[in-house]
Design a protein around this ligand. Structure first.
Ligand SMILES: C[S@@+](CC[C@H](N)C(=O)[O-])C[C@H]1O[C@@H](n2cnc3c(N)ncnc32)[C@H](O)[C@@H]1O
Length: 161
């Protein structure tokens, strides 16, 4: 598990665009900044934070967002019973260690992973190997700033064509 901070403003903008009208989830609410961006356009958001003090800050930040459910605990225990989701912002630790996160996606659903170093080779990069090589996913890398990247992966509705 990572301590981590808040997502970048550029990433929050991207999340708001991708979340529009969707049933969304976030692993790792931290202080609620990413969640607030998602909630600004989403149909609904379930966000989970394991640190109670961070969750309290997030709850205050999100108190006027009626489409948000903030849960305190481990996303691995709390999210499976709430899914599937049309957008999952994975922001709690190393995604490559938790490939079950893909099971949370509805067909066509988007998995978003940020905080990546741009233009790394897929081979040898555990998170890119998972997102670009899993046959259930179709992934693309985007620059979020000149020095940071995100990968957006859609869960296929059928096998690769
Ligand atoms: C990078 S921060 C999240 C930033 C936030 N998503 C944002 O955009 O502002 C990562 C957070 O994940 C939380 N975390 C780590 N492992 C977790 C787990 N298994 N379940 C829930 N939260 C977890 C950490 O406590 C930390 O606050």
């Amino acid at each position: 598990m990572t301590g981590g901070g808040s997502s970048l403003p550029e990433m929050q903008r991207l999340l708001a665009v991708l979340a529009a009208g969707k049933r969304c989830a976030e692993t790792g609410s931290a202080f609620g900044e990413g969640a607030l961006a998602i909630a600004s356009t989403a149909a609904s958001l379930v966000t989970v934070e394991s640190d109670p003090e961070r969750a309290a800050v997030a709850r205050e930040r999100l108190r006027q967002a009626s489409n948000v459910e903030l849960l305190v605990g481990d996303w691995r225990e709390l999210l499976p019973q709430r899914g599937p989701f049309e957008l999952l912002f994975f922001d709690a630790g190393r995604l490559a260690e938790f490939p079950d996160a893909i099971d949370l996606l509805a067909p066509g659903g988007l998995l978003v992973k940020d905080d990546l170093t741009p233009v790394r080779a897929v081979d040898g990069d555990a998170v890119r190997e998972l997102l670009f090589r899993d046959p259930r996913l179709l992934a693309v890398e985007v620059l979020t700033t000149p020095t940071t990247a995100a990968v957006i992966a859609a869960r296929r509705t059928s096998g690769p064509r």
